[in-house]
Design a protein around this ligand. Structure first.
Ligand code: NAD
Ligand code: DAU
Length: 334
């Protein structure tokens, strides 16, 4: 099988490439990635010698390049490519629309033209908006995105749906909760808190820190996408989540405890505008229909992830010493 994995140099995409080449060593994987600030070829170092692996630097918005790639024969597309950070979408929304909406349409058009047998859109639970204190997101929860990021992801999802309904393209959409694990860019909550705590720096918690996220280890996300790719029913949406709801404060305290660092490092800062209060996923459909089960609890997954950051300091030090430092200054002030 020959897969096109877009955004494969990012956090989840690179974990997916590792997962698939380990499980299916005879598969071919073409990674198309624009190498934005979030894309990092170091994430793919372990597979670059694999005979079935090929990397192409380019954008999913480049219709000509995308068409050329499909001409070489692609069996299935997994679209991970996206602008993915909510805070960046608040300060600069336009690139989110270009990549997450227009880029998705370029891929769909090529998939249709070249009769690709499966298109999987890697989406997010954030398209459902926010939950109150009770209830969970199901696949039929109305889309009510609250940030430019989630609105652009919802726009992409609607195009994917339309290509199935109108042209019969064999699509699936996966909507996953917050991931964590190796190669997670240190602008997101968990790696940000781990790396700053290791440097004895303050930990910026937005508002009261009582917002709730439903955490899933990235390997469990990858196993779910693998099942959807091979067994997902045409046109279906699958929610993916680990039943691991925690407030941000609880999570930050778990990290501090594991690193033997004091809670006095926590610093409450200005809240994110339009901040979603709670996400919680009902993953019973993928469990029932595709027999998916997560392997990690938050406790086991977080421990392993913290160890990865301890063992791979050079990876994150290189990131936080460069472009990211400027972004951090802009986001949080001096
Ligand atoms: P990421 O920001 O770490 O990686 C995104 C990758 O896409 C980067 O390698 C980047 O270079 C690439 N990219 C960006 N614009 C591109 C373009 N125009 N053309 C080609 N490549 C481009 O993101 P992530 O956290 O790995 O998320 C991957 C996908 O999963 C996204 O679609 C995101 O919406 C979705 N998702 C993420 C989470 C999470 O918790 N991180 C949860 C659910 C869903
Ligand atoms: O739910 C899936 C989504 O999870 C994905 O679609 C997104 O791509 C991914 O970035 C993530 O979005 P969140 O906004 O939930 O993740 P983030 O790590 O940015 O923030 C998690 C929570 O922590 C959120 O409530 C905001 C809070 N936070 C975040 C940062 C960066 C802080 O309190 N302080 C911070 O400095």
């Amino acid at each position: 099988m020959k897969l096109l994995v877009t955004g494969g140099a990012g956090f989840i995409g690179s974990n997916f490439v590792h997962y698939m080449l380990k499980k299916y060593p005879d598969y071919e994987i073409v990674v198309l990635d624009a190498l934005t600030y979030a894309g990092n070829l170091e994430n793919l170092k372990a597979v670059e010698q694999h005979t079935g692996f090929r990397f192409i630097k380019g954008s999913i918005t480049d219709a000509q390049l995308v068409d050329e790639i499909f001409q070489q024969g692609i069996d299935a597309v997994l679209n991970f490519a996206a602008e993915s950070h909510v805070d960046r979408s608040i300060s600069a929304p336009d690139i989110f629309v270009q990549t997450n909406v227009l880029g998705t349409q370029v891929l769909l058009e090529a998939a249709k033209k070249h009769n690709v047998s499966k298109y999987v859109q890697i989406s997010t639970d954030e398209v459902y908006g926010t939950l109150g204190p009770t209830g969970l997101f199901t696949e039929t929860t109305p889309l009510t995105p609250n940030s430019p990021y989630s609105a652009s992801k919802a726009g992409g999802d609607l195009l994917v749906r339309a290509y199935h309904e109108t042209y019969g393209l064999n699509v699936n959409i996966t909507r996953c909760s917050n991931n964590y694990g190796p190669y997670h860019f240190p602008e997101k909550l968990i790696p940000l808190m781990i790396t700053r705590a290791l440097n004895d720096q303050s930990l910026p918690v937005y508002g009261d820190g009582l917002q709730i996220r439903d955490w899933l280890h990235v390997e469990d996300h990858c196993s779910a996408i693998d099942l959807v790719l091979h067994n997902g029913k045409a046109g279906e949406v699958y929610n993916i989540g680990g039943n691991n709801e925690r407030t941000n404060l609880e999570l930050v305290r778990m990290i501090l405890k594991e690193l033997h660092k004091p809670e006095s490092l926590i610093e409450h800062v200005k809240d994110r505008p339009g901040h979603d209060r709670r996400y919680g996923i009902d993953a019973s459909k993928i469990t029932r229909e595709l027999s998916w089960q997560p392997r990690y609890t938050l406790e086991t997954g977080l421990k392993k992830t913290i160890q990865w950051y301890l063992d791979n300091e050079a990876w994150w030090q290189r990131i936080i010493s460069g472009e990211y430092r400027d972004y951090y200054r802009q986001q949080y002030g001096s």
